[in-house]
Design a protein around this ligand. Structure first.
Ligand SMILES: *Cc1c(COP(=O)(O)O)cnc(C)c1O
Length: 444
């Protein structure tokens, strides 16, 4: 039984291009992304019919209640990857079919854990980091991931950005010269029409200070049919364009997904992947190693591995942070360096992504550092005796190092921890805004 062929075993031989689940669909329908959208699976009945199962009555009621809160939508393509004979443990099933556990709201859950709405100067745009913005250009998805961090917005037809919202976002970017990197997200930007994508990319790349545009899309995973020649021809007019996609399990890398990725890579688009660490789906070093290796075979660079967010309805997907560290421990050194993603926790409250790693630096003195490698071999690195620290006043004209000044960023203010390191800053302490001890001092 080869699930990678998009043809879950049904006992009959499927036609080469349409899966056995949809014997009535023609090959050209199966190749048409709009057909998949029109036939998206939104009802429990359909799930039961396609899997040839019947949920027990109580389970059905629970699932119904779950779907009232968090709707379901699955493309026939993605659904066809489910192994019917072990669907409850199936990673595709778990990512796409609701689980009543979603209704369990734990104490730390919040509707907007990343405070994306708070850091939003105009609706649909989050400006958190100094030089880049996250721009929600679509509220539509072809498949509603059960682990979606923006679950609160899924299926909310009222917040579909229209051209007016998009124009407001573009205007903000145009008026904010610090923004050199625009990240299009959603929803899925590739559910917009080709024309709208072309227009949007054209508007953004015409802005002089926008140096790079990125698109975050899950279509290569859940609807690879969307990566049409027409779309790719539009995308390649707007370089430098980067794409990040979202594979979570090696089973998702089907021949059809590979073809979609190859089209994008052949168009000169650097591809990255952002996975989410999900209990019961990919919380296993061997699965993750297989995933990252398959990704690089498809010219996709594993970019981030996310710790599951504190959004509502995700508690059953969360693992301890230690599981992520164990996975990274099993990747670094054990496989190609460029196959190892950065494991990050997107800090609640808008702190942004914080990388988390195993420790490799185990001790140090004034002239030596002690390191351990992936095998547990402990080594000494002798530091130079002759390195002369020089005082940096940020006056690059006087420095022997050659930075073409036109290329230098001109903000002279160091931010955060780097301000503690900088010679040219007097800051020696960072203190939380509310600190009783400091407040006592102010009173004195
Ligand atoms: C993730 C994210 C970005 C991009 O971060 P990178 O580390 O540059 O990929 C930008 N803005 C927001 C709000 C984000 O969450």
């Amino acid at each position: 039984m080869s699930l990678d062929q998009e043809s879950p075993a049904t006992g009959t031989t499927p036609s080469p291009s349409t899966p056995a689940l949809y014997p009535d669909s023609t090959a050209s329908q199966w190749d048409d992304w709009r057909w998949h959208l029109r036939h998206s699976i939104k009802k429990l009945d359909t799930v039961e019919r396609l899997l040839d199962i019947e949920f027990p009555k109580e389970r059905r009621e629970e699932l119904k209640r779950t779907m009232d809160h968090f709707p379901m939508s699955i493309t026939p393509y993605y659904f066809s990857l489910i192994n019917r004979y072990d669907f409850e443990n199936d990673p595709i099933f778990r990512q796409s079919v609701p689980d009543p556990a979603e209704l369990h709201i734990s104490r730390c859950d919040c509707t907007d854990p990343l405070a994306e709405d708070k850091d939003s100067p105009v609706e649909g745009l989050t400006h958190r980091y100094p030089d880049r913005v996250l721009f929600h250009v679509s509220n539509l998805c072809s498949m509603y991931c059960r682990h979606c961090t923006r679950k609160r917005k899924v299926g909310d037809v009222d917040s579909i950005p229209d051209k007016k919202n998009l124009l407001a976002g573009i205007e903000y970017i145009r008026n904010t010269p610090e923004v050199r990197d625009v990240l299009l997200s959603g929803g899925d930007p590739f559910l917009l029409s080709d024309e709208l994508i072309d227009w949007l990319l054209g508007e953004l790349s015409a802005i002089e200070h926008v140096e790079v545009i990125r698109i975050g899309t899950r279509t290569p995973v859940v609807l690879p049919q969307r990566i049409t020649d027409d779309l790719v021809n539009i995308l390649k007019k707007h370089h430098p364009l980067w794409i990040n996609t979202h594979f979570n399990h090696p089973r998702e890398i089907t021949p059809r997904a590979s073809r979609a990725l190859a089209k994008l890579a052949n168009a000169g688009i650097p591809l990255g992947n952002q996975s989410v660490l999900l209990a019961g789906v990919n919380d296993c070093p061997r699965i993750m190693k297989s995933l990252v290796q398959k990704l690089v075979m498809n010219r996709v660079r594993p970019y981030y591995l996310y710790q599951c967010d504190l959004s509502e309805g995700l508690s059953h997907f969360r693992t301890p942070v230690g599981k992520g560290i164990e996975i990274i421990e099993n990747l670094i050194g054990h496989t190609s360096g460029f196959a190892v993603p950065t494991y990050v926790i997107d800090a609640p409250g808008g702190g942004g992504k914080i990388p988390v790693m195993p420790n490799y630096l185990i001790s140090w003195s004034t002239n030596k550092v002690i390191l351990r490698n992936y095998e547990g071999v402990i080594s000494t690195y002798k530091e130079p005796d002759s390195y002369e620290p020089f005082f940096c006043n940020r006056n690059c004209d006087e420095c022997h190092l050659q930075l073409p000044l036109a290329a230098a960023d001109d903000d002279t203010q160091a931010i955060g921890i780097s301000s503690l390191l900088a010679d040219y800053e007097d800051t020696t302490t960072l203190t939380p805004e509310t600190n009783e001890r400091m407040e006592r001092r102010d009173d004195a």
